[in-house]
Write a protein that binds this ligand. Structure first.
Ligand code: DQA
Length: 142
């Protein structure tokens, strides 16, 4: 069975209460539940994690080597400046998909630049929690 690691970065644990007009009402647990249901339909194995720490994201990417087929990552604000996460994705040579709830290209100028996107297969953003479902479907088809 295909193994997919979904990494959620900083502040995503606050979904449901955080900037609802931008990120919606669903909590990260709601999104995890939806994503796990989709995983059952697609017959893929999903590990859904969240951390506020850059180093832990990097450790999880390293640990995925040889164990995970595809990484889906919502790096939160690290998207815009973490060269260390970018280097980790590049180093492990696991296909990665960048996802965002919001359309990062339609917000503040600094959000439209992702340092992660160039080392990913592609980027999905702007669909709210559906970005996770779309990302999972893409991962299942890779
Ligand atoms: C986000 C977009 C980022 O710019 C922001 O820092 C986040 C959430 C999103 O999912 O829309 O924390 O990654």
């Amino acid at each position: 069975m295909k193994k997919i690691l979904i990494i959620n970065g900083p502040n995503l644990n606050l979904l449901g209460t955080r900037e609802k007009a931008v990120y919606g009402n669903e909590t990260l647990e709601d999104i995890a539940r939806k994503t796990n249901l989709e995983a059952q339909k697609l017959n893929v194995d999903v590990d859904f994690i969240q951390t506020n720490h850059e180093g832990e994201i990097i450790d999880r990417i390293h640990e995925a080597r040889g164990k995970v087929d595809v990484i889906i990552i919502n790096p939160g604000a690290y998207t815009h400046y973490s060269l260390a996460i970018r280097d980790a994705i590049k180093a492990v040579e696991i296909p990665a998909i960048e996802i965002h709830l919001s359309n990062i290209h339609a917000r503040e100028e600094f959000r439209s630049h992702s340092v992660i996107a160039p080392v990913c297969v592609g980027q999905i953003c702007g669909f709210g929690s559906i970005s996770y479902i779309l990302g999972l479907n893409a991962a299942a088809m890779l």
